[in-house]
Design a protein around this ligand. Structure first.
Ligand code: AMP
Ligand code: TRP
Length: 330
């Protein structure tokens, strides 16, 4: 039997090259080999305030991005998290076997709460943000997923899903498959263009942090032109030059060329030429994807999401029934 993979992206902010290179591209490559489920995690998205009208548009946009990036609905299932109520139901049960300490230590939580983790500050954080990783565990455990392809930033969350699967199995008897993370070294962490110490992120306040997947050629050129560089002017692939290293990583991933080879090609050419060529390569790389995105209709997307929901609902219902029985519900 084929192993199952599951992953998801939040329909908040604008998807960027980090999402594509760290996650979605790997899903496309894996879908032939695995039984694949890709989710639009709208329940996760509302852990930050969302404008309802915009959220609705974003859900469709992310589904369209999946399809345009090459997720094939014949091979894979795409669906919207909130349309399968068993995610929230399983989350509640998993809540009761999770320690709050396991949640407070999460790096993503700490990052989102910000630097000022005073007691007062923590008391004013929404419970949803703290409990976010339990919902993610529910997403994964509901479908007996074997592998979870994500970027490196999600490893801690998958570790919690593993812990909760084992804990539930120990307490109530064998119920859940213990999932494994699947992180490709390449692309696992694309850093911000405005700050190579932090990952490229949908929620970074400045648009100069990221290349968005739907950016126009002019926007891409402008953002790469403004990307921070290191002191000096050498183009070298080294940890001493984190900004250039990040740009070389991006260049390498989209052209399938070793970053050191690219560095040597541009050795004496200066940042300007390097950046012009990088911007050109990104534009070329995104162009077929963007064309497909604009050709995909909302009706097509809605149909695929409906199919996905119908395919998964019976699996989710069966699993929740088993869980409830084990817990002792009648
Ligand atoms: P998010 O943007 O948090 O919804 O993340 C969706 C997926 O993209 C997850 O698998 C992340 O690990 C991955 N991802 C997000 N940002 C980056 C990044 N800067 N580099 C690599 N992967 C990323
Ligand atoms: N938390 C993930 C992120 O922000 C998204 C996500 C939600 C997810 N549920 C998941 C990823 C289940 C993999 C599996 O990137």
């Amino acid at each position: 039997m084929q192993k199952t993979i599951f992953s998801g992206v939040q329909p908040s902010g604008n998807l960027h090259l980090g999402n594509y290179l760290g996650a979605i591209r790997n899903w496309v490559a894996m879908q032939k080999k695995y039984s694949s489920i890709f989710c639009i995690v709208d329940l996760h998205a509302i852990t930050a305030p969302q404008d309802p009208k915009q959220l609705k548009e974003k859900i469709i946009e992310v589904a369209k991005i999946y399809l345009a990036a090459g997720i094939d609905p014949e091979e894979s299932t795409i669906f919207v998290q909130s349309q399968i109520p068993q995610h929230a139901e399983l989350m509640w049960i998993l809540n009761t076997i999770t320690k709050t300490g396991e949640l407070y230590k999460m790096t993503q939580f700490k990052d989102k709460v910000g630097a000022s983790k005073t007691k007062e500050n923590l008391l004013s954080v929404d419970a949803g943000l703290l409990n976010y990783p339990i919902l993610m565990a529910a997403d994964i455990l509901l479908y007996d997923v074997h592998l979870v392809p994500v970027g490196e930033d999600q490893l801690q969350h998958i570790e919690l899903a593993r812990t909760l699967a084992r804990r539930f199995n120990d307490r109530f008897g064998e119920t859940f498959t213990v999932p494994e993370p699947y992180v490709l070294k390449e692309g696992m962490r694309i850093m911000g263009l405005d700050n190579p110490a932090k990952k490229m992120s949908k929620s970074a306040p400045s648009k100069y942090n990221r290349i968005e997947l739907l950016d126009s050629p002019d926007e891409i050129r402008e953002k790469i032109r403004k990307a921070v560089t290191d002191s000096g002017s050498a183009i070298e692939y080294s940890d001493e030059q984190p900004a250039i290293k990040n740009l070389l990583n991006i260049f390498s991933l989209i052209t399938n060329t070793h970053p050191k080879k690219i560095a040597s090609n541009f050795e004496d050419q200066g940042y300007k030429k390097f950046k012009e060529d990088l911007a050109g390569s990104i534009i070329e790389f995104l162009s077929p994807f963007q064309k497909k995105y604009h050709e995909t209709s909302d009706a097509e997307v809605l149909m695929q999401l409906k199919n996905g929901k119908e395919k998964l609902l019976s699996i989710a219902e069966k699993k929740i029934k088993e869980v409830k029985k084990k817990v002792g519900f009648i």
